[in-house]
Write a protein that binds this ligand. Sequence first.
Ligand code: FAD
Length: 468
Amino acid sequence: MPAPTIVWFRDDLRVADHPALAAAAERRAPVVCVFVLDEESAGIRPLGGAARWWLHGSLEALRADLEALGTTLVLRRGAAGRVIRSLVDETGADAVFWNRRYGGPERDLDTELKTALADDGLEVRSFGANLLFEPWTIRTGQGTPYSVFTPFWRACLAAPEPRHPLPAPERLAFADPGDRSGRADVATDDLASWHLLPTRPDWAAGLRETWAPGSAAAHDRLEAFLDERLGDYDVDRDRPAIDATSRLSPHLRWGEISPFEVWNAVRERRTTDPRGETTSRGRFLAELGWREFAWHVLFHAPDLATRNWRAEFDVFPWPRLHPSALQAWEQGRTGVPLVDAGMRELWRTGTMHNRVRMVTASFLTKNLLIDWRRGEQWFWDTLVDADAASNPFNWQWVAGSGADAAPYFRVFNPLLQATKFDRDGAYVRRWVPEVDSEEYPEPIVDLGESREAALAAYRVVRGARAEG
Ligand code: FAD
């Protein structure tokens, strides 16, 4: 009996277009599929509450998909390097395969483990699966990383086209991997023992109503989007009251669907769609491009969630925090309707429309003058798509401290934004039904005055830049 191959699942909770799993299946040896809940290794950011909720559902779905292929999912908790090495000892595996991660601490951990396992004589292979373009392949003419999206995306589009997705293996049941070590089974944790789901209080009712984690749901969403909404995406994507976008972000975050699957499905519609939706298609692919850009930026600046990408923002004079203002923002009680609607949508459903994410983030950083890191952390805890790159990248983009960022002096006016993108007020009324009643509070800040205060604070950054 050949020795088993371990496939370590991380941000790629799917069986199709999974290069590590496909390569393991080709070895025609037993395959041990494992997911490690790592809350111990240095630098790995602990998951937020909404992400933990999603992960539970996603692991259940992955286990079912693997069982359909004749194997199962082994769950282990602990420092990932130690856990994988102990699984190698238990199973007698002679190979460990995984798909690459791009965060700094994750890369350090993977590199160290790869070296240690290879020194022990194991075959260790890593694959590109979660980004369309590997970060080190897209470079300016000078060999530096791009810091502006448009030339970055142009360079991506000029690079070799992303590959076609791989099919799921037909079967993985080459033998019981426990056979080699004389065990009936490889021990696994009980998922319930990880307590990923909230209990008291159970705040996840709105998440359950809104989402179905797992690859099958991700593919259904993609198909429905391509059939019903892609054509008008360019026109409608900024209107939060209507369901105009793909809502694929949490599925992409956990890798239940790969960007290659999405990319190719969209490209294939080009030949079959009679409406000739070139603009919408291009726009949608460019949104996938923003996801790529965020990851490329994080790859080169691993501390993106804690440090200003533009160092001159380090002198920004954030005033002393008013906890009550932060709390009013978190709870959707600022008295500014579009902001409150977004924050309540987030709390209830674990997501928020992109346009409203920009408005709420601008309001926090520029009208309330609260450090972007506070907002980033709240989104990290409450978003089902909370992503180690996209979240800090976009927060810094709005705050003005990030790559290709909106200039600091562009302060979104939430009232004008509502007039423009929620003209009939349907989105605001859905989430703030009391908006026109006396119950609804006055704004906690004067929008005009706070904007002026923000611009005055920004002059400190400009001054520092001029001096530097
Ligand atoms: P679609 O419009 O259908 O876009 C398709 C896909 O492209 C998305 O699923 C997503 O993967 C990607 N995408 C779209 N816009 C962006 C963007 N601006 N940056 C990066 N990728 C993008 N997105 C996350 O996935 N995780 C986050 O933690 C996150 N935090 C954000 C925080 C702030 C302050 C802001 C302004 C934006 C944030 N975004 C984040 C980006 C964006 O809001 C969401 O990706 C989008 O709303 C998801 O909805 P959708 O899947 O329907 O998007």
